[in-house]
Design a protein around this ligand. Structure first.
Ligand SMILES: *Cc1c(COP(=O)(O)O)cnc(C)c1O
Ligand code: SF4
Length: 355
């Protein structure tokens, strides 16, 4: 018999604890005690589609690092915080965050199809957190109805596309009946990590007469665009849903110009307009994933001009106090006496006259 590589049993169901991970070959048995300590604190879930993408022999695998727990998650820095983007400061009813004038974010489910190790809401998501109950959702809808300045409702979580189509449809019908709510936006990782969930019934539930639905799809590495994921995104696009992207800048995963360009091109090739590249939030135990803002700006500079304009996301930081998202550059202009200096994508400076 020739020497075989270590057998990996591709799972057929979502892996939810360290024992599952050992059995599937994704982690070594000697790591079990350390990972049990992580599991006691943070939820774990890796769908079969994502587990299959992981190379278990590569500890730096960009898919594995996003989902496979690591003891480093228990090291919390003083600047890290349980509520890194300050949701609590703007919560107006259970699960409803009103941070910006014309839009609210509703967490109407607290579970996800996968649990990302860098998640900014990692202290709030997972099966141990109760989902908002019907009274909470009713209170949120009541608040939205009473605030005519709310033009858009963003469904987040957790991952709203994990909810049943019936539950989503009920909420969407209620929102559609409110005249001033024109847009519903879903923030989801489901089309990528659990593409089989994107069924006709789900797609029908996302839309309603009386409002326009947008879907923001979260992916961080070009390898996440499996054949099944591309098909699921295609079903959403074919149904007429406008699609935008969200990614998190992650050290060692997508923080090099080639990977970032390939990720943005993968979105565009799949009819998803790149929207946000998020700077890593100060979530507890996530230092190993964060870059500096200066590194992020260099990466954005590397994309601009060299890669199609369609492939350019806005690089944003969610200010830790809860003051919201702000673009963090890079900036291509600067003062030049009375005039301005404008820098082109090759780095050459040009004078532009005042006024
Ligand atoms: C991120 C976020 C939004 C959406 O912001 P956009 O800039 O419109 O994408 C809205 N509300 C809250 C509370 C958020 O955290
Ligand atoms: S899917 Fe989103 S909310 Fe869920 S664990 Fe990942 S980053 Fe967090």
């Amino acid at each position: 018999m020739t020497q075989a590589a270590k057998t990996v049993a591709f799972p057929t169901r979502t892996l939810r604890n360290p024992t599952d991970l050992v059995e599937s070959g994704l982690v070594a048995v000697e790591n079990l005690p350390a990972l049990d300590a992580v599991a006691a604190r943070y939820a774990i879930a890796i769908t079969p589609e994502m587990a299959e993408l992981v190379d278990p022999r590569d500890r730096r695998d960009p898919i594995g690092r996003q989902f496979v727990p690591d003891p480093a998650e228990l090291a919390v820095l003083t600047e890290e915080r349980p509520d890194p983007i300050g949701d609590g400061a703007h919560q107006v009813s259970p699960g409803l965050i009103h941070r910006y004038p014309d839009r609210v974010l509703l967490k109407f489910i607290n579970v996800c199809a996968v649990y990302c190790r860098f998640c900014f809401r990692r202290e709030m998501v997972g099966p141990q957190t109760p989902n908002p109950n019907p009274d909470d959702v009713a209170a949120a809808v009541g608040y939205i109805r009473a605030h005519p300045e709310i033009w858009e409702v963003i469904l987040s979580g957790g991952d709203p596309l994990v909810a049943s189509p019936r539950r989503i449809a009920t909420l969407i019908q209620e929102l559609a009946a409110i005249d001033h709510v024109r847009i519903v936006r879903y923030h989801t990782r489901v089309p990528i990590v659990a593409p089989e969930r994107v069924t006709d019934a789900l797609i029908a539930a996302l839309q309603s007469d009386g409002l326009t639905s947008w879907v923001a799809i979260h992916a961080n590495h070009p390898r996440e665009f499996t054949r099944e994921a591309r098909a699921a995104i295609g079903r959403l696009a074919d149904a007429g849903l406008p699609l935008v992207s969200q990614s998190v800048l992650l050290a060692g995963i997508n923080d090099d110009p080639d990977t970032l360009a390939a990720l943005m091109r993968a979105f565009v090739e799949n009819r998803v307009k790149p929207y946000y590249l998020h700077h890593g939030d100060l979530a507890p135990g996530t230092r190993q994933f964060r870059t500096s803002i200066a590194e992020g700006q260099d990466l954005m500079r590397a994309l601009r001009g060299h890669v199609s304009g369609l492939c350019q996301p806005t690089y944003v930081l969610d200010i830790p106090g809860g003051q919201g998202k702000t673009p963090v550059g890079p900036c291509f202009t600067g003062p030049n006496g009375e005039a301005m200096t404008v820098t082109d994508f090759r780095g050459e400076a040009h004078r532009y006259p005042p006024g």
